[in-house]
Design a protein around this ligand. Structure first.
Ligand code: NDP
Length: 257
């Protein structure tokens, strides 16, 4: 048990990567507070996770709601040792047809929400805690149609380094896990039918050196590592968990003879 006697906050813990991480953390002995907007899926996740989990409705773009959820979580399970700021939305913003509202929604959820999650959590964090922010390969790859999402994730990457410098005096570590394409509901229509999912998966596999799409366990296990004492001296880093898509794209099946 790598997280015995640890308490964790996971935003967006009712789906995809966040839920997989919550399950792994509970299995590793942690008490876990998960948040999201959807009460139904939060309740279902809480049932699945059992008595060591607390599910709270809190929109990450609502600072007062985030504050209240974190306070309630800390009152229930004690101060936090781990924060996984994971809540995020996809949201395309192609040049030529994007409204200010659409652009702002992506930024407020994926960037501003991450900052205020950390700020709200700070008074309820133990010294030497581990904060993990969920980034993306898009922070360094130009992917058409995703200016706001890419900018937000690049902001997360940068913010982690600033936060690491601010929080080092308390021994608090801040790192980023940066996934490549992972099979979760965030892909919406691209994975809505078995045929669509297969076509999407083939496209990702062709452009990924390791020749496959990522699974939630690839990310949750990296988050567990960063959260645990095994990563005690890792500060301000970003770990790409992407099958080599960022570091060695030329090794992808599409380039093989
Ligand atoms: P999901 O759609 O499965 O999960 C997203 C989670 O975020 C849900 O739990 C959702 O809950 C929550 N969420 C979204 N908006 C808000 C909000 N305003 N307030 C609180 N919770 C919110 O997708 P993933 O698991 O894939 O995404 C998790 C993170 O991983 C995101 O930050 C995403 O950008 C990142 N990522 C994902 C990749 C992938 O390929 N899947 C690749 C790179 C990064 P609810 O709907 O209840 O609010």
């Amino acid at each position: 048990m790598r997280l015995k006697n640890k308490t964790a906050l996971i935003t967006g813990g009712n789906s995809g990567i966040g839920l997989a991480t919550a399950k792994l953390f509970v299995a590793e002995g942690a008490k876990v507070v998960i948040t999201g907007r959807n009460k139904e899926t939060l309740d279902a996740a809480a049932k699945e996770l059992g008595h060591n989990a607390l599910a709270l409705v809190a929109d990450a773009t609502d600072i007062a709601a985030t504050d209240a959820a974190i306070k309630k979580g800390a009152e229930t399970f004690g101060k936090f040792d781990i924060v996984f700021a994971n809540a995020g939305i996809a949201g395309g913003t192609p040049l030529g047809s994007t409204t200010l509202e659409a652009f702002a929604k992506v930024i407020s959820t994926n960037l501003t929400g991450v900052f205020f999650t950390v700020q709200s959590a700070l008074p309820h964090l133990n010294d030497n805690a581990s904060i993990i922010l969920n980034g993306s390969v898009i922070s360094v790859l130009g992917i058409p149609g995703y200016s706001a999402y890419g900018a937000a994730k690049a902001g997360v990457r940068s913010m982690a380094r600033t936060m690491a410098s601010e929080l080092s005096p308390r021994g608090i570590r801040v790192n980023v896990v940066a996934p490549g394409a992972v099979r979760t509901p965030i892909w919406g229509a691209a994975v809505a039918t078995p045929e669509a999912e297969k076509a999407f998966e083939q496209r990702i596999a062709l452009t990924t050196p390791l020749g496959r799409m990522g699974e939630t366990h690839h990310i949750s296990k990296t988050v567990l590592f960063l959260a645990s004492d095994d990563a005690a001296h890792i500060q301000g880093q970003e770990i790409f968990v992407d099958g080599g898509a960022v570091a060695s794209p030329s090794g992808a099946p599409i380039y093989r003879g």
